[in-house]
Design a protein around this ligand. Structure first.
Ligand SMILES: CC(C)(COP(=O)(O)OP(=O)(O)OC[C@H]1O[C@@H](n2cnc3c(N)ncnc32)[C@H](O)[C@@H]1OP(=O)(O)O)[C@@H](O)C(=O)NCCC(=O)NCCS
Length: 153
């Protein structure tokens, strides 16, 4: 399925919060939930929609001088996961970034060192979409080791 994707608008923020609230296995950390709520109100973003409303979103930051970008948050409504919405969002982002001569896209997510099954699915999504693990990072707390994943555009 190819989802309709458009720019994230301020009025989409509450729908993004609701998607996050429906994914407690991925968004269990209160600070993370607050940071994501800030991101959907301040970062550049895209939303996927159906006839009813927002089905998924991603946000990103971009360093225009260096031509690099990083996905900051991404989520698809729990009952619609694995229907191609994440791929559509990512495809739309990549198209946009390529037009702006961005050559590298990063994302940080929970490392396999955490041995937490839900995030194995997240890493599988990024691996299936051309990202490679680049470095293990200890940038969050001890229970949340990070992995930096990267793809060139
Ligand atoms: C990760 C996430 C954004 C992916 O979006 P999605 O719409 O579910 O993914 P898609 O259906 O577009 O998947 C594209 C491909 O990625 C891979 N993939 C996606 N979900 C997968 C899973 N659960 N297990 C294994 N591979 C998976 C598959 O190769 C899939 O293609 P296929 O279904 O044709 O085999 C979404 O599942 C999600 O919101 N997860 C919870 C929150 C999260 O992890 N956010 C990212 C934090 S960094």
């Amino acid at each position: 399925m190819v989802a309709a994707v458009r720019k994230l608008e301020p009025h989409d923020a509450a729908a993004c919060d609701a998607i996050v609230a429906g994914l407690p296995e991925w968004f269990g950390n209160q600070q993370g939930i607050r940071d994501c709520a800030i991101a959907v109100r301040s970062h550049a973003g895209l939303v996927a929609t159906d006839e009813i409303g927002v089905t998924g979103f991603l946000t990103w930051t971009q360093d225009r001088e260096r031509g690099v970008a990083e996905i900051t948050w991404m989520a698809v409504r729990a009952d619609l996961r694995r229907h191609g919405i994440g791929r559509s969002l990512l495809g739309a982002l990549i198209e946009r970034l390529q037009e702006e001569r961005v050559h590298r896209l990063d994302v940080k997510t929970l490392s396999e060192r955490a041995a937490y099954a839900p995030y194995a699915e997240t890493r599988d999504f990024y691996l299936a979409n051309g990202f490679e693990p680049i470095a293990e990072l200890d940038i969050w707390d001890e229970e949340n080791p990070a992995v930096l994943m990267r793809r060139s555009l």
